[in-house]
Design a protein around this ligand. Structure first.
Ligand code: SF4
Length: 352
């Protein structure tokens, strides 16, 4: 007997767009139904992306010192989180950092800077970096994430070879003003529109766990569908100490999987990227989440460390997926058995 979620997958595969009540049903599925949700959503994932995983790599060009007050952000005005703070990386350092990610298997490099938005001189810097990066790595996809864009800046980035522009809407319009007051939801939408109009691939996503309701999570996803976001990073709040969201823990691993599955049902042919908070919130369900999402960040995030990049790649391989753009399937030899040298028969404390 097929599950309700299978029937929803059938309908979506046949071309019917998921409705808000479908999305809510996925989000509110009982934990006992989690695997039915995953099985159904994975049919959509495989129909559009097969067994590939897109690997993205973040380079934080300029960290901290931001005048905006996004409450979730460790780089924001008023944040006391003890993060790295530095001004613009040099072009050579950017190339070195990006090269490491490409070496690790990434096909897209995301060049990110903190701040409300770039000045024209900042755009000069970034266009120069992108030119150098593309001449060293002609196949790399470059996504820029520089904040709110003013007129003409998206076109300059496009002319310099930038492929995509990231600007997350982060949350529902109805929740936006309670998490940031220094810019508006409309400002954010305007930048996504500018990027799309200039011919850049729009990348816009959300952060779950900001005190939003289920309905607001659905509202945000439907807004992203409306905005025609090509790639949708789904972040799970990392509640840094020293930010207004410190000690805010609203997410369980199962809920995170349901959020990703909901995104897959609502935007079946879009890149659904497991973004910040993956390790912290999905924990041992990370490989399960890959059955519905088709993209992740390799290694570290902007201001926090991720798991080892090699562990990310091993997870992809172990789950039967291949890194997009890398033809070879590398059969990984498991580690040798570790001979027990602790517990019974030894003087060393047992592993318990
Ligand atoms: S999200 Fe961006 S704009 Fe907001 S505080 Fe952080 S760096 Fe600044």
């Amino acid at each position: 007997m097929s599950s309700t979620f299978d029937q929803l997958a059938d309908a979506v595969l046949a071309g019917r767009a998921a409705a808000a009540e479908d999305a809510l049903a996925v989000l509110r599925a009982d934990d006992a139904e989690l695997m039915s949700v995953v099985a159904a959503a994975s049919r959509l994932r495989r129909a559009h992306f097969g067994n590939t995983v897109k690997v993205n790599y973040l380079v934080n060009l300029k960290s901290g010192l931001c005048p905006e007050n996004c409450h979730y952000c460790s780089q924001a005005l008023g944040s006391n989180a003890p993060i790295l703070k530095y001004s613009w990386l040099s072009k050579d350092e950017t190339l070195r950092q990006a090269g490491a990610g490409l070496q690790g298997g990434a096909s897209r490099v995301c060049l990110v800077s903190s701040g409300r938005g770039p000045s024209h001189r900042d755009i000069d810097k970034v266009t120069e970096m992108v030119g150098a990066l593309k001449s060293e790595h002609p196949d790399v996809e470059v996504c820029a994430c520089l904040g709110l864009l003013s007129d003409g800046q998206a076109e300059r980035l496009k002319d310099a070879g930038v492929d995509a522009y990231n600007h997350n809407i982060n949350t529902a319009e109805s929740h936006h003003d309670s998490i940031v007051q220094t810019h508006t939801y409309a400002d954010r939408v305007d930048t996504v529109d500018k990027a799309r109009t200039a011919g850049l691939s729009p990348c816009s996503g959300l952060i779950a766990g900001l005190g939003e309701t289920d309905e607001q999570l659905v509202e945000a996803l439907f807004a992203l569908r409306e905005l025609e976001s090509d790639s949708i990073p789904v972040n799970f709040l990392m509640p840094f100490d020293g930010t207004p969201f410190e000690n805010t823990w609203e997410l369980s691993p199962a809920r995170c999987v349901k959020i990703l599955a909901m995104a897959r049902f609502v935007c079946p042919d879009r890149e659904i990227r497991i973004a910040g908070g993956r390790e912290m919130h999905l924990r041992s369900l990370q490989p399960v989440a890959l059955q519905v999402a088709n993209s992740l960040f390799l290694g570290d995030y902007l201001t926090s460390e991720g798991q080892e990049a090699e562990a990310d790649l091993a997870m992809i391989r172990d789950s039967g997926f291949v890194v997009l753009g890398s033809e070879e399937e590398i059969a990984q030899r498991p580690a040798d058995p570790a001979i027990r040298r602790r517990g019974a028969g030894t003087d060393v404390l047992p592993n318990a």
